[in-house]
Write a protein that binds this ligand. Structure first.
Ligand SMILES: [Zn+2]
Length: 307
């Protein structure tokens, strides 16, 4: 399995258009000791011919343009992107679907809850199904393995979703909220290559449970929620705002943060979905040094590896 990190920031990217926090400010000044980042986008391939996107970021257009692996070859229209796996219906996870609306055939793997939230409540997503042979929606559910295949008899990846919910997107209506299974609203993924090696994709984790730790322990590489450094980060930067956990992200630091609670997981651990306010983005800072000393890596746009 070939894995590419096309983007590694949380929603808004880094720098974020309307943010003048110390991080964003210094990036614009050209004085930040660290890297700018686009919004989280991971792509996986069983054979370097067909690619599958894990969610679709609002930055997908520039992310495709920056890497020839995702560009059309030969025919007047085409793409190596065979499908998209959705782990939730937050805007940062799905907005990029609207950038892939040019009558291109591909598959979308989603739970019934996510599909209904998108297609029944948001008529814009009908642009993906304007003609009969456009996008195919494939139903997935937590705990049930499915395959991402390049085609009949070709290489494939097996993918097992795990429920991390409930987590509802900010735009959801009260009616929809009450009428979808809450356990289908947010997923993590364990993806296994034909060689048996495993990638854990957990970029939005509201709570670290024993079941989650068991799942992480069997992965060879884990891409994990690095959104916030601390619980009250948004409040500290903006003067107001919800706590990290209230919006679905266990923070990195603290005795009940991911650094501490995952310290027994001895696999390769990479933080992704990093919010622009997170001080660990500053490579000259104590937080960055601490994370690295604890054995973690902090994902950057353009990284890739094979499993
Ligand atoms: Zn900022």
């Amino acid at each position: 399995m070939h894995v590419k990190l096309l983007g590694t920031a949380a929603g808004g990217g880094f720098p974020q258009w309307n943010c003048a926090c110390p991080n964003c400010w210094r990036v614009r000044q050209g004085s930040f000791p660290g890297k700018a980042r686009t919004q989280l986008q991971v792509a996986i391939s069983p054979d370097d011919e067909s690619w599958f996107l894990l969610n679709v970021s609002p930055d997908i257009r520039s992310q495709i343009a920056s890497d020839s692996a995702f560009q059309p070859r030969g025919k007047p229209r085409g793409t190596p992107i065979r499908g998209v796996v959705l782990t939730g219906a937050d805007l940062d996870q799905v907005l990029g679907l609207l950038m892939l609306r040019e009558f291109q055939k591909f598959s979308i793997y989603a739970t019934a809850a996510v599909e209904r939230t998108l297609r029944e409540d948001n008529s814009m997503f009908a642009v993906l199904n304007q003609v009969p042979d456009q996008v195919t929606w494939i139903r997935i559910s937590p705990g049930h393995l499915f395959h991402l295949s390049s085609g009949q008899g070709k290489a494939s990846l097996s993918c097992t979703p795990m429920s991390l919910g409930p987590h509802f997107p900010g735009y959801i209506s009260p009616h929809r909220r009450e009428n979808i299974p809450p356990g289908e609203t947010l997923l993590g993924l364990t993806i296994q290559s034909e060689s048996g090696r495993r990638l854990g994709y957990f970029p939005a984790v509201p709570a670290i449970t024993p079941a989650l730790l068991e799942e992480l322990a069997v992965a060879d590489v884990v891409l994990f929620d690095g959104t916030f450094w601390e619980e009250a980060e948004l409040n500290r930067i903006r003067g107001s705002g919800p706590g990290a956990r209230a919006i679905g992200h266990v923070p990195v630091s603290g005795s009940d943060g991911s650094l501490q609670l995952l310290s027994g997981i001895k696999t390769r651990k990479i933080y992704v979905h990093i919010n622009n306010t997170n001080p660990m983005l500053d490579e000259s800072g104590a937080q960055y040094q601490h994370v690295r000393a604890m054995g973690w890596e902090i994902g950057e746009d353009g990284w890739e590896f094979r499993l």
